[in-house]
Design a protein around this ligand. Structure first.
Ligand code: HEC
Ligand code: HEC
Length: 292
């Protein structure tokens, strides 16, 4: 990862040097965003980067039920995918962070909400000064802003790029068994009732529900933001994209496989109700989920 990052930075330095007077290009922003995303030196222990948990090869999710943050601390929740994230979706499982569409301040709020990562946004300017390469590159991309704001804007642009790329990539997932997938899609949108919440871009309505999952992590859910008792345990409908790469599932990673997820819906999933599908229907639904 380090090799890739340095190679990218060299390309970027060369590129910017060659066209200093022009606006920062999309490519420059993307390359620098990726380098920042993959650089562990911004965490409190200097070891954990965004990519340690949002792993590019897993659609920017993690394979652990809960990720390991700075100083070996476990995250409170399962790391979600960032690949194809809708830009108007309230962020985090409790919706406590404004959507990406609202600008780079949403990245600041997201970083602050990542308690476990021990990223302290207040120390950003100081950290960036210690890395003259970043300081200089950010200064060239955003000459009229301070380095910390330029860092946030660059990461914001990078997240928007991941959002766009992920949406395009997911349309390329080719079904192995088209008739089975068509059956699964019909179930998802029809009698299985999934579409009631998993609708819209990224298959999420952006609303909050309690699925009566075992509450091992003392999950407060949406109530942490609204302070309303009825919101206790309610979580935002997650994005369903590239599901084949983002196991385990649910807010604390308690479902190891998609089959386990469907079993929960079959047993009765709180506000999502109970889905009484037979085993063939389950296979069809699984086949469809894997094409999203
Ligand atoms: C230690 C693991 C870890 C690291 C490091 C990490 N994240 Fe996260 N990220 C998470 C977890 C866990 C969540 C879900 C938290 C929640 O729902 O409360 C999350 C959620 C997010 C979300 C919201 C996604 C959604 O669907 O609402 C964004 C955006 C995000 N992270 C961006 C970043 C960026 C940018 C960095 C680096 C600066 C980063 N993350 C570093 C674990 C991590
Ligand atoms: C009432 C709204 C609602 C309905 C109906 C619903 N879901 Fe969900 N779904 C959610 C919420 C909320 C979560 C997150 C729960 C959690 O993490 O604790 C979720 C999580 C999931 C996940 C895990 C995603 C991940 O990355 O962790 C999958 C897969 C899923 N649902 C598929 C389905 C299928 C298939 C159906 C239909 C049988 C369905 N859902 C019906 C609201 C709903």
């Amino acid at each position: 990862m380090l090799r890739l990052k340095l190679a990218h930075i060299l390309v970027l330095v060369g590129g910017l040097g060659a066209c200093q007077s022009s606006d920062p290009t999309d490519h420059d922003q993307f390359v620098l965003g990726q380098a920042l995303f993959e650089d562990g030196r911004f965490s409190a222990d200097g070891k954990i980067s965004c990519a340690s948990c949002h792993r590019p090869e897993h659609a920017f999710a993690d394979t652990l039920p809960r990720s390991i943050g700075a100083f070996g601390r476990e995250t409170r929740r399962n790391t979600p995918t960032l690949w194809g994230l809708p830009t108007d979706l309230p962020l985090m499982a409790d919706g406590g962070v404004p959507p990406l569409r609202s600008g780079s301040l949403s990245v600041l709020a997201a970083l602050t909400a990542h308690g476990d990562m021990a990223f302290d946004p207040r120390s950003l300017n100081q950290k960036l000064k210690a890395y003259p390469m970043y300081h200089q590159l950010l200064g060239r991309l955003y000459p009229s802003t301070d380095p910390a704001s330029a860092y946030l804007r660059t990461l914001h642009r990078y997240l928007l790029d991941l959002s766009e790329q992920g949406r395009q990539a997911s349309t390329g997932n080719t079904p192995l068994d088209p008739p089975l997938v068509a059956k699964g899609k019909a179930l998802f949108e029809g009698e299985a009732g999934c579409f009631r919440c998993h609708n819209g871009e990224g298959k999420t309505d952006g609303a909050f529900y309690n699925l009566a999952l075992e509450n091992r992590t003392k999950e407060e859910g949406r109530a942490a933001i609204t302070l309303k008792e009825e919101d206790r345990g309610r979580l935002r409908t997650p994005v369903l994209l590239n599901l084949g790469k983002t196991a385990p599932y649910f807010h604390d990673g308690q479902a190891a496989t998609l089959r386990n997820v469907l079993e929960h819906y079959q047993h009765g999933a709180g506000e999502a109700g109970r889905w009484q599908g037979d085993s063939l229907q389950k296979e069809a639904l699984l086949a469809y989920l894997l094409t999203l």
